[in-house]
Write a protein that binds this ligand. Structure first.
Ligand code: BGC
Length: 798
């Protein structure tokens, strides 16, 4: 392959080339003035820039420059609006160039395999098509300003516990159809210039050194021509990473990354020509994204315009979940009692590397309600975040509720409930809130629950409240957006990006999530989210794709041909509204198991009262395909497909069929061999059945008793060394303190889930690999030997 920057690369020494493959510091790449190579700055920013001007950390600990805090991905996904995603991406890029940022580390598009994943708020959807389309839109927007987007975390990274020390054991078909299809769309349609590999292993190989993922899938199949960056601290053996398709190790590891690569070239495990090629690919992005930040120097962005966009995004993303007796919208002058701490101090974004320092003070309901036309009769706090029910506050709230026409309750998940580095252990809302809602409904029939949370929750009080509106994490302008919906200035149109089960126990991965000690078995296979509930007919609280409106729509006149579908939607109510129609496909087959339906397209249509429009959704290369592990390629099974148009994953309003002339006449599976995967009853998959699906031996993910370099620090408890146990004990205490304080302690969480190797990757070269090995020895009880090795390694520092 010819090198674009051959003339530069030829002049560079092996050491200089190797040095470029690790960061210069937490956020920037190495620069070489003598070769004219500038440094490239990366910054988190899936829903707002987190550009640190001072000391860099990657956990959101140190303050960053003010930037617009847009609603998080989980919110914007509810809009199903690719144009909006593109607009947000463009705004993010406009801000990035003013802050000298060349690469935005986002969007995040891991699949919501379980509602408990602590980072679901940062991800788009439980469906790969939906996630991919939204992600591609962000990528297009971001890259329209000459900088790069970095979709993350590639791939099968759907849990936070031991996130850096976990092997995702997933069969190839599920991996392709569920966990990588979104990335495929982001790469092929968004033309992403970079990708972040995930922390975990996939089938025994670290994502950052996984040739199958980084070369065969990403480059050979999808035509990716950008660079791959490790997640921060996620590189294991970087020379192996470079060999297999990764480029950049972040953050910087001093010179240790360089030494590893130089040694690998010298001992013949890494060909220098491969290193040159990787460097060339990296340089292409460095040079391509450089000019945008040169031009952006000294410029500012339009704070007000971006605040407005953040509001529009929040408005489109709000989901109306229940509206009994049309209690909403509230008429002007309605006397409302406002209850709940969230009304005063909003929960508008999540915690961790995505934490934004908002450019404008985040709005609150208490402030914004003054301009809403509603008459607030009282405000009561009602509950204290992260505390047991408080009798005094409950009484005051109940008293206030008695005297109002309508009670607006504001609540959801507290800050400590969901965070990077922390999975939830249940799906309840805080007890103090659940109990308070129940109390309120005993004194006032008109209770409306307004939620802020980055993921789904159980709703035991569902039958007793009249209205439920979910704003997810609405960003800095979320409060005015919510009031606009509550008062009818905006007609709600959001539809859920994930299923709300009745109970956590109902979820398909219930028995398999989060994981055994060392591996996470994806035994539920394709049956993630609605794919499971709709196949087995399990009742849920709200299906995927569900959302109400202040108006009503009818669907009719479906026509199907080989290109796609057309149908008509009519607004049959008396206000303007937007409907999100969804195309689902299904097929009966004895040789390919499938969920009863899978999303393959969607359309947003805005209609005036009485208006009718024709909608067209085209089929694409994803519509009929399945991943065939016999041929290791995508195939289409010949036969008749059901074509369904739904207003959500459960309500199919129009149905047709299409005979498709495929690439194979049968798919090679049999009901006898994999009955559960044919009928969807996947909650109790035996080892034998999983082995048949997986096609090889299931690795033993259980704890062996010995601490390894790549075991998470939280496993130190099981080690023989007293220091390890002590360290673990201290982390546990610190975690308990942060739980009590109600604020995730990112530093502690990071350490807790990180492998011992991570110390050699996260300390900028202060701790070397040899030192990490010595620490591992100590953790296994070899105190004297380990200490001696530690001292030797510290003195020699190689
Ligand atoms: C997160 C990434 C983030 C990176 C840099 C990691 O801990 O997983 O999403 O981009 O830190 O902050």
């Amino acid at each position: 392959m010819s090198l674009k920057y051959e003339s530069i690369i030829k002049q560079m020494s092996l050491e200089e080339k190797a040095l470029m493959m690790s960061g210069k510091n937490t956020w920037e790449t190495v620069d070489f003035e003598k070769y004219g190579i500038p440094s490239m700055a990366m910054s988190d920013g899936p829903h707002g820039l987190r550009r640190q001007a001072g000391a860099g950390d990657h956990l959101g600990l140190n303050a960053s420059l003010p930037a617009t805090c847009f609603p998080t991905a989980a919110s914007v996904a509810n809009s199903w609006d690719e144009t909006l995603g593109e607009e947000i991406g463009t705004a993010l890029a406009e801000e990035a160039v003013t802050m000298d940022v060349n690469v935005i580390l986002g969007p995040g598009l891991n699949i919501k395999r379980s509602p408990l994943c602590g980072r679901n708020f940062e991800y788009f959807s439980e469906d790969p098509y939906h996630a991919g389309k939204m992600a591609a839109a962000y990528v297009r927007g971001i890259q329209s300003k000459g900088i790069a987007a970095c979709p993350k975390h590639f791939a099968a990274n759907s849990q936070e516990l031991r996130r850096m020390a976990n092997d995702s054991v997933v069969d190839e078909r599920t991996f392709r159809e569920i966990y990588t299809t979104g990335f495929e769309i982001a790469v092929k349609e968004g033309k992403a210039k970079s990708i972040m590999s995930s922390y975990n292993e996939v089938n025994g190989v670290y994502a950052n050194e996984n040739r199958h993922m980084l070369q065969e899938i990403l480059v050979d199949e999808w035509g990716f021509d950008g660079y791959v960056v490790s997640d921060w601290g996620g590189s294991n053996d970087h020379a192996l990473g470079v060999k297999n398709g990764s480029h950049l190790e972040m953050p910087g590891t001093g010179k240790s990354g360089m030494h590893d690569i130089v040694n690998a070239v010298k001992n013949g495990t890494l060909e220098e020509s491969v290193l040159d090629q990787r460097l060339d690919e990296l340089l292409r992005v460095i040079f391509a994204t450089h000019q945008a930040t040169v031009d952006g120097k000294g410029t500012t962005f339009n704070k007000e315009a971006h605040h407005k966009l953040a509001r529009k995004a929040a408005e489109e993303s709000i989901v109306l979940l229940k509206n009994e007796e049309q209690i909403l919208p509230l008429k002007q002058g309605t006397k409302v009692a406002v209850i709940g701490d969230f009304a005063k101090t909003p929960r508008y974004q999540g915690a961790g590397s995505s934490l934004v320092n908002p450019a404008m003070p985040p709005e609150s309901i208490l402030e914004e309600i003054k301009d809403s036309g509603l008459t607030m009769t009282a405000y009561e706090q009602g509950y204290i975040r992260n505390r047991k029910p408080n009798a005094k506050l409950v009484k005051a709230a109940v008293d206030a509720a008695k005297n109002a026409d309508v009670v607006l309750f504001f609540g959801g998940l507290d800050e400590i409930s969901e965070s990077e580095g922390l999975d939830r252990t249940h799906m309840h809302m805080p007890v103090a809130q659940d109990e308070l809602i129940n109390e309120l409904t005993t004194v006032n029939k008109n209770v409306i629950v307004v939620l802020s949370a980055g993921s789904s929750v159980e709703m035991p009080w569902y039958p007793y409240v009249k209205g439920i509106v979910h704003g997810y994490l609405g960003g800095q302008a979320g409060a005015s957006a919510m009031l606009n919906v509550l008062t009818g200035k905006v007609c709600p149109s959001g539809k859920l990006n994930e299923t709300y089960p009745l109970h956590y126990e109902d979820t398909p991965a219930y028995a398999y999530y989060p994981s055994k000690e060392r591996s996470s078995e994806y035994r539920e296979g394709l049956y993630v989210g609605y794919r499971y509930y709709t196949t087995v007919g399990k009742k849920v609280r709200f299906p995927f794709g569900f959302g109400l409106s202040y108006t009503t729509f009818t669907y009719h006149d479906l026509a199907v041909d080989s290109e796609g579908v057309t149908f008509k939607i009519k607004n049959t109510g008396d206000v303007e509204g937007t409907e999100i129609a969804q195309l689902y496909i299904g097929k009966q087959s004895d040789t390919v198991f499938r969920p009863v339906r899978e999303l393959k397209g969607f359309a947003r249509v805005t209609l005036a009262p009485g208006e009718e429009k024709e909608v067209k959704i085209s089929f694409d290369d994803k519509t009929f395909r399945f991943y065939d592990t016999r041929t290791d390629s995508w195939e289409v099974e010949t036969g008749t497909y059901q074509i369904m148009i739904g207003s959500n994953a459960e309500e199919m309003l129009l149905e047709g069929s299409l005979a498709v002339n495929g690439t194979v006449t049968e798919g090679g599976y049999s009901r006898e061999s994999l009955p559960e995967y044919f009928n969807g009853e996947i909650k109790n998959i035996s080892d034998d059945t999983f082995r048949r699906l997986y096609g090889r031996e299931i690795p033993d993910g259980s704890w062996s008793g010995e601490i390894r370099m790549n075991d998470a620090v939280c496993q130190l408890y099981y080690g023989k060394g007293i220091f390890g146990k002590l360290f673990y004990g201290v982390l546990r205490i610190l975690l308990k303190i942060s739980e009590w304080q109600g604020k995730p302690n990112l530093n502690v969480l990071f350490n807790y889930n990180m492998p011992i190797r991570g110390y050699a990757k996260m300390t900028g070269g202060f701790v070397t690999m040899k030192m990490a090995e010595a620490l591992t020895e100590m953790a296994n009880g070899h105190r004297i030997k380990g200490t001696a090795h530690l001292i030797k390694a510290a003195v020699k520092r190689d």
